[in-house]
Design a protein around this ligand. Structure first.
Ligand code: IPM
Ligand code: MN
Length: 373
């Protein structure tokens, strides 16, 4: 029987609760499909930092490199100054393990409400490929004349060709090979007759960021020649935020640099129903990848069994998909989709879950039972 070694970082706040439900669902799917997940739990997070002063050191990174994947709950503690845990844990793992892709599927499941009027599941189904290791996030910058009227600060958006190319390559390959609906329904008949199967949109701001933007655009245009079946498109990031709302059906796969990706994926998460459902993967295609729900640690709801575990379950589904357990992953997708479509819960928020008589663990049970059947 195949087995996988999974490093679990439940983290802070409600992280451990949602990870528990995720594991419940993953184990049920694994059992049915004849594989096993062996978990090793790490206590990285706010509590450990407050108790020991330690965040994450290089030996921890070496430990994490031994696993097949990492499953993360949430990082963020009300007693720790913002930035310390984010940089010391989340970003350190992303950088040191070279997880250079942040993959964010944006899919509105039937039965889930979107704030966008007159748009439904057939309109909202795209994927954002965010560069996850470079640009402004490298932290290059400085401060001059501190605490004087001439104080000045700067942060650098820096990319090299290798960083851009590997991200674009992943995005083109993903568009070509990983999307389910092919030819993509957003293509015109003319496009389909020409042999096009999907669309990849580069998002940047090359009308202003003429160095970085031009470099991304140049490499994108160059690489697109190797993918004649993919329609290569470009949006300025400001226009993209508008069109995500106005015409989400225009998007199949989107590729963008790190900071723009951070911003547009929060917008995208809301379009698909919010933090209760949005999940992402930090991928090192040749190494160890990490999967996480997009939502935070929600400290005020800790241990109340009210937070929505679906995003963590979705992160688990992405992890199985990444490990190659496609059937088990699609079974989880079916279960989640069924649960939502039947409107068993009134909505994805804490309030709506409570009003429905549901809880974190009851949702996990429902999904797991559905899969076990
Ligand atoms: C995200 C988060 C992180 C980011 C923070 C917590 C460092 O917002 O995963 O999108 O900015 O990348
Ligand atoms: Mn973010």
């Amino acid at each position: 029987m195949k087995d996988y070694q999974i490093a679990v970082i439940p983290g802070d706040g409600t992280g451990p609760e949602v990870i528990n439900e995720g594991k419940k669902v993953l184990d049920t799917a694994a059992k049915k499909h004849d594989f096993k997940l062996n978990y090793s739990t790490f206590d990285f997070g706010g509590e450990r930092y407050l108790n020991t002063g330690r965040i994450l050191d290089n030996s921890n990174i070496e430990d994490l490199k031994q696993f097949d994947a990492i499953y993360l709950g949430a990082i963020g503690h009300p007693d720790v100054k913002p930035g310390i845990l984010e940089k010391g844990i989340l970003l350190k793992i992303r950088f040191d393990m070279d997880q250079y892709i942040n993959l964010r599927p944006v899919k509105l499941y039937p039965g889930v409400e979107t704030p966008i009027k007159n748009k439904g599941p057939e309109d909202i189904d795209f994927v954002v490929v965010r560069e996850n290791s470079a640009g402004l996030y490298k932290g290059e910058g400085g401060i001059k004349n501190e605490r004087t009227p001439d104080e000045e600060t700067w942060q650098i958006m820096r990319y090299n060709k290798k960083e851009i190319d590997r991200c674009l390559k992943y995005a083109f390959e993903y568009t070509q090979n990983e999307r389910k609906q092919r030819p993509w329904k957003g293509l015109s008949k003319e496009d389909i007759d020409k042999g096009l199967t999907g669309k990849l949109t580069l998002v940047h701001k090359m009308n202003v960021l003429t160095n970085c933007g031009d470099q991304w655009f140049k490499e994108f245009t160059e690489m697109s020649k190797q993918y004649p079946q993919i329609k290569a498109d470009y949006n300025h990031v400001d226009a993209c935020t508008m069109w995500f709302i106005k015409n989400p059906e225009w998007y199949d796969v989107v590729v963008t640099e790190n900071m723009f990706g951070d911003i547009i994926t929060d917008e995208a998460a809301i379009i698909q129903g919010g933090m209760g459902i949005a999940a992402g993967g930090n991928l090192n295609p040749g190494g160890v990848s990490m999967f996480e729900p997009m939502g935070g640690s929600a400290p005020k709801y800790t241990n109340q069994n009210v937070i929505n575990p679906l995003a963590a379950i979705e992160a688990g589904r992405m992890m199985l998909n990444h490990l190659g357990e496609k059937e088990a992953a699609s079974e989880i997708e079916k279960a989640v989709s069924n649960f939502l479509e039947r409107k068993i819960i009134k909505g994805l928020s804490v309030k709506e879950i409570q009003e429905s008589g549901f809880s974190t663990s009851k949702i996990g049970d429902w999904i797991a039972n559905y899969i076990a059947k």
